[in-house]
Design a protein around this ligand. Structure first.
Ligand code: NAP
Length: 299
């Protein structure tokens, strides 16, 4: 699809009012798409939308405040998108969170599972009628950390293990994002014309990383963590355009026309999905939990 073809296309980027998501939105808007960015804070959202409109050179960028870790937030967001547009070409499920201690949302769901796994599942299902109206819609889900470790089907919401020597629930949920996306790609295959893939963004010095407390680092790294956060990251990781490259690529590149269920790394190269994400038992456990928590949305 060329840039001029995309003038009619519509994209939603969750967490598109800051960090990597905002640079992803910038790339899509500059490419001609109408873009909705969702974030928590209405004022930050309004400022981000103005900034994105300025750099895109058109006024088709809007911010919608919505907490995508909450079911009612996602329902309101989906209704807002449907109220504005009759189709959705790109859904980038970008929101990521990394609380140092286990948190549960008001819906009773562990927060990282809610943001990284349940939100992409639920938003895709809520927005499926709009996605199906686009000629070839794409869902892009973000992984992160060090994904690829085992999926503990007995502890999907990190009740037993949250932070640890070699294990972190952040990585665990990002592996689950991959497993859920594989299963989603399978569910969408055939009739819908919608594809779903996972990308690894480049590392970036973003709001999430700036407030990472030292105790969220594995013990071995803690002595050097302050240096990394205060000196190394701002020096080397401030160019978020690079961090957003893989999301923009997965959302727009002709190389991924009709391609679904694949993993794209931070240099936009296709890489094998980790074995744990391909495990049918793990995929089913993650899918079933999402379907139950989302109130039977999987159809
Ligand atoms: N940064 C990295 O180095 C890195 C590396 C690998 C993977 N990743 C992944 O890349 C993605 C983006 O990361 P990032 O570092 O750019 O994150 P970030 O800096 O925390 O993203 C900030 C954006 O997310 C929004 N947001 C936060 N919680 C939200 C919620 N519950 N509902 C809706 N919007 C919410 C913020 O809105 P407000 O400003 O209104 O709060 C803002 O728009 C995540 O999935 C992350 O796991 C990041």
């Amino acid at each position: 699809m060329t840039s001029s073809d995309r003038n009619g296309s519509v994209a939603l980027v969750t967490g598109g009012t800051g960090g990597i998501g905002m640079e992803t939105a910038r790339g899509l808007a500059r490419d001609g798409a109408s873009v909705i960015v969702a974030g928590l804070d209405p004022e930050r959202g309004a400022r981000a939308a103005q900034d994105l409109r300025n750099s895109a050179g058109h006024d088709r960028v809007h911010a919608v405040p919505a907490d995508v870790t909450r079911l009612d937030g996602m329902r309101r967001l989906a209704a807002e998108v449907a109220g504005r547009y009759d189709r959705l070409d790109v859904l980038v499920n970008n929101v990521g969170v990394n609380p140092p201690e286990r948190q549960v949302t008001a819906d009773g769901v562990e927060k990282m599972f809610a943001a990284h796994v349940l939100a992409p599942f639920t938003l895709t299902h809520l927005l499926l009628p709009l996605l199906q109206r686009a000629p070839a819609a794409r869902v892009v889900n973000l992984t992160g950390g060090i994904p690829g470790g085992p999926i503990d089907t007995g502890d999907l919401q990190g009740e037993r293990r949250y932070l640890g020597w070699t294990f972190s629930h952040y990585n665990h949920t990002k592996t689950m994002t991959m497993a859920m996306t594989c299963r989603l790609a399978e569910a969408l295959r055939g009739s819908s014309g919608v594809t779903a893939n996972v990308v690894y963004p480049g590392h970036g010095h973003t709001p999430m990383n700036r407030v990472t407390p030292i105790r969220a680092f594995p013990i071995l790294y803690r002595p050097v963590a302050p240096l990394v956060l205060k000196v190394v990251a701002p020096l080397f990781l401030s160019d978020l355009t690079r961090s957003a490259r893989s999301s923009v690529y997965a959302a727009t590149s002709a190389e991924l026309d009709g391609v679904s269920g694949v993993y794209v790394d931070d240099r936009c190269r296709r890489k094998p999905m980790p074995a744990s994400a391909l495990d049918p038992g793990a995929q089913e456990a993650v899918w079933e939990l999402c379907a139950r928590l989302a109130g039977g949305l999987s159809g």
